[in-house]
Design a binder for this molecule. Structure first.
Ligand code: AMP
Length: 120
């Protein structure tokens, strides 16, 4: 897989070049609504570091960064109030998964019944 290209849209969001509604931010992660929601609640949680995908992230990020991202995902779910009703997280890596933005992002879906795991 190609290396990290810092012209991707999430890198631009992290640099403040593109405005988003910040739902959560800490030293490790930023969360904002997906622009094309696929569920009543659809939020993206991204690491602040420059990582293409889960593969890159788990190979290169520090344990603190990895823990920080997943703690942030759970914190966002609690903040949005979907921890009680349930939620789904998803990260696309590469071509077969249809990854569009080459900065790791965790999709957080909730706010209603989410149906089957995969639509094919
Ligand atoms: P993926 O297919 O996993 O790479 O998903 C990329 C996601 O980024 C899609 O769900 C898009 O709707 C979302 N997206 C793209 N641009 C923006 C943006 N400017 N703000 C919020 N979400 C975005």
């Amino acid at each position: 897989m190609a290396g990290y290209d810092d012209s991707n849209i999430f890198a631009r969001i992290l640099r403040g070049e593109i405005p988003v509604k910040k739902l959560y931010e800490d030293d490790y992660a930023l969360a904002f609504p997906d622009i094309n929601p696929q569920a009543p609640t659809h939020v993206l949680v991204i690491p602040k570091g420059a990582y293409v995908s889960m593969d890159d992230f788990t190979a290169k990020a520090s344990p603190a960064e990895i823990a920080g991202l997943f703690k942030a995902v759970a914190a966002v779910a609690r903040q949005l109030g979907v921890d009680a009703s349930g939620y789904r997280i998803l990260a696309n890596h590469g071509r077969d998964a249809g990854q569009e933005v080459m900065h790791l992002h965790i999709h957080l879906f909730g706010g209603g019944s989410l149906g089957p795991l995969l639509a094919r």
